[in-house]
Ligand binder design. Sequence first.
Ligand code: NAG
Ligand code: NAG
Length: 90
Amino acid sequence: MFPDSSSFAYSLALLTSVSDVVVWCDVQLTKDGDGICGPFLTLENFTNIADVFQNQGTSYLVNGVSMKGYFSIDFTLNDLSNVSCKLEFI
Ligand SMILES: *[C@@H]1O[C@H](CO)[C@@H](O)[C@H](O)[C@H]1NC(C)=O
Ligand SMILES: *[C@@H]1O[C@H](CO)[C@@H](O)[C@H](O)[C@H]1NC(C)=O
């Protein structure tokens, strides 16, 4: 019903669950040390970040393998204020 890891999805899960439910999230840190939830390491796989910040992806070695894309560590939480979760993944 809502994008994976979006605040709407978590809110609905909490509203429709038993009172002591625990929700789970893949936490990724932003440049300024805030935590965001996301199901994939690269932000473009679950958000519209590639539309908001065009051609600003970077590259990192992840587990010894070079990965290109948009990484949370390159953006502050404020930078991400115009970025939203997508309903369908690429
Ligand atoms: C993320 O998106 C890229 C294309 O932008 C694609 O090559 C890659 O397979 C995707 N990764 C996952 C985990 O879906
Ligand atoms: C968010 O979008 C608005 C409208 O385009 C823009 O004025 C603002 O600077 C953007 N904020 C960030 C943090 O990019």
